[in-house]
Every structure is written in structure tokens, then in C-alpha cells.
Ligand binder design. Structure first.
Ligand code: FAD
Length: 300
């Protein structure tokens, strides 16, 4: 059990608790569930942040992007029209987190700050060029999500910093997050891949590709992006991108898959993400392996 537990009513109260050594808890689906499973003991001091209105809500930014509060749940992300339409890979990712209950309680902020190399939203956020807005008693700073995630369970954030929001720049084109999973609920990525593309006519103008659960932290794959940029998005370009994703993998063997199997599946999952992102950019919802789960959304 934690020695102290407080529930912050305001952001300054939460920041004061963090400055005093408390650890934030949002939905608790990583922190508390992990402690119950014996992964790590609960911290000595916890501050609950679920009551902070400042960390809620999804809003448009002046630059045409989105600001997503750290407490926004996966269910809210899946159900938000702008997320589904313009940042579809995030909806794909949030739609397959855990179960209905997990998605209802688990937050975007908790997913990011838990920094698992297998977390669903990391690849999409990195491909969209998302920034994390971190607050402490000494002020606010921004860091690219790509730089925030420094290793398994590690971030660039100081212990006294609270993630208050994620900001996404304006996005056009299409995107997809796909994962290899053994079942549709209560699962986490065995292998994951994200692709976002913009088009210039029928050709791909720019592409971003990231791999999940294949490296110690989620990373972009420059070779895959180069294979797609300027191409027609056809079979050869897609294969080159998928092969680059597999080559960039440094998978581990564990109870869920061997390293060899993960590397082989990296190409398969990356190909699915690329094909779907290109199809979505072209306005098609066909051939999309994992739509932003309308069935799951409808059932929530
Ligand atoms: C059954 C089950 C299935 C799951 N399936 C998946 C899955 O498929 N994919 C997946 O990615 N995850 C999965 N998870 C993990 C988890 O649900 C998600 O990562 C969720 O988004 C965590 O959010 P939370 O609010 O519950 O985080 P919490 O548990 O509250 O916090 C997680 C970590 O982040 C820190 N933290 C939380 N909020 C902030 C903040 N605003 N600023 C700074 N630090 C903060 C906490 O101190 C803690 O270290 C699953 C969990 C369970 C229990």
C-alpha cells in the first residue's frame, strides 16, 4: 500500500505534490494493476489527478492541430470525430487498448508516461509529430513525444513534471496503426506499426513510419519513409518499406513471441499499416485491416 494518497483538486496542488515526491496516478490501469500483479510496488506517495479539469478535453489549436488533455481516455479518443478523421492512427490505437473497461478508464497521458515499448498510442503520436506539454512548479516546457520516450518505462520528464496535454500539428492525408495480436480484447501489441502519408496527386508526397514492440523504444524508420516518399505507393514501394521496418527491428524473445517471429511479422504488420494509410489518404475505407473499430466504438 502507498504510505500517502491525496487527490489533487487543482493543477497547482498536483504540482506541489509532485515537487514533494509524489507520483501521479490517472486511471491506474498501469500503475495500480502493475502493483497488484507484482511488477513494481506502489510508490510511497501517490497523488490522484483524475479530478483536474485542466487536463481534460480535446480542442482545436490556432495552427489547425489538436490539443488533447492528458486525462482524455482511450474511449474518448476513439469517439472524437477529428481524431477519427484527421488522426485516424490514434483512433486505431486507442480502439484496441485492453478491453471496454480499460479504454474507459485508461488515459492518453498514462499510456505515454508509462513508456512501454509496446504501448499503442506512441507510434501514431510520433508519426504525427506530437509534442508533450509538461508542467512543473518552475513552468511549462514542450518536448517532442519522439524525444520524450527514452527507453522501456523511461521518459525525459523529471519526477516533478506532470504531462498536461499532447499537442498535434495540423495533419492531412491518411494514417493507420496496425498490430499483431493473438486476440481482440485484453491484449497488447506483439508487433505494431504506424504509417502516415500525404499525397501529391496519385503519388506519396511524404511518409512517416514507426515500429512498436520491436525496439527498446518506439522509433521511426527512415528507410521505410524514404522508400515511400515520391513513390506511387505500389507493391514495390510498400515491400521496400516493409522490409526496412523489419531490418530496423531489434526484437526480444519472450513468452509472447520469439525474436525471429517478431522480425518476420514486422514486415507483415508494417505492410498492412502502409497499405491502409495510403488507401485512407486516397479516400477509401476498403482494404483497411483495422478500421478505427466502429464496432468497438459503437459498443462503448
Ligand atoms: C487489462 C489491461 C489491458 C491493457 N491493454 C493495453 C493495450 O492493449 N495497449 C496499451 O497500450 N496499454 C494497455 N494497457 C495499459 C494501460 O491501460 C494504458 O497504458 C493506459 O493508457 C494507462 O493509462 P492510466 O491513466 O490508467 O495510467 P496510470 O496507471 O494512472 O499511470 C501510468 C504511468 O503514467 C504516470 N502518469 C499518468 N498520468 C500522468 C501525467 N498526466 N503526467 C505524468 N505522469 C503520468 C503514472 O505515474 C504511471 O507511472 C492495459 C492495461 C490493462 C490493465
Amino acid at each position: 500500500m502507498s504510505a500517502t494518497y491525496t487527490a489533487a483538486a487543482t493543477l497547482p496542488e498536483a504540482l506541489s505534490a509532485l515537487a514533494g515526491g509524489a507520483r501521479p496516478v490517472a486511471g491506474g490501469t498501469d500503475l495500480v494493476v502493475g502493483a497488484r500483479q507484482g511488477k513494481a510496488a506502489l510508490p510511497d506517495s501517490l497523488v490522484a489527478i483524475h479530478g483536474l479539469a485542466e487536463l481534460r478535453g480535446i480542442g482545436e489549436t490556432s495552427g489547425g492541430g489538436l490539443r488533447i488533455g492528458a486525462l482524455v481516455s482511450h474511449s474518448d479518443l476513439v469517439g472524437h470525430p477529428a481524431v477519427r478523421d484527421r488522426y485516424t492512427a490514434i483512433a486505431d490505437a486507442s480502439a484496441i487498448v485492453g478491453s471496454h473497461a480499460t479504454r474507459h478508464v485508461g488515459t492518453l497521458g498514462g499510456n505515454v508516461m508509462n513508456a512501454s515499448p509496446a504501448m499503442e498510442t506512441g507510434g501514431p503520436l510520433i508519426c504525427f509529430g506530437a509534442e508533450a506539454v509538461l508542467a512543473s512548479q518552475s513552468g511549462e516546457r514542450r518536448v517532442a513525444v519522439e524525444d520524450l520516450l527514452t527507453g522501456p518505462g523511461r521518459t525525459d520528464a523529471r519526477p516533478d513534471e506532470l504531462l498536461v496535454a499532447i499537442e498535434l500539428p495540423a495533419a492531412t492525408g491518411g494514417s493507420c496503426y496496425a498490430r499483431l495480436e493473438y486476440r481482440r480484447q485484453m491484449e497488447i501489441a506483439v508487433v505494431g506499426a504506424t504509417c502516415s502519408v500525404t499525397l501529391d496527386g496519385s503519388r506519396i508526397a511524404s511518409a512517416r513510419v514507426a515500429i512498436t514492440a520491436l525496439t527498446p523504444r518506439i522509433v521511426r524508420v527512415p528507410g521505410a519513409e524514404a522508400a515511400l516518399a515520391g513513390s506511387d505507393g505500389g507493391v514495390d514501394a510498400v515491400k521496400a518499406a516493409a522490409d526496412a521496418a523489419a531490418a530496423a527491428s531489434q526484437p526480444i524473445s519472450d513468452v509472447r513471441a520469439s525474436a525471429d517471429y517478431r522480425r518476420a511479422m514486422a514486415a507483415v504488420i508494417a505492410r498492412r499499416a502502409v497499405v491502409a494509410a495510403v488507401a485512407r489518404a486516397r479516400g477509401s475505407s476498403e482494404s483497411v485491416p483495422i478500421p478505427a473499430s466502429p464496432a468497438l466504438h459503437g459498443a462503448d
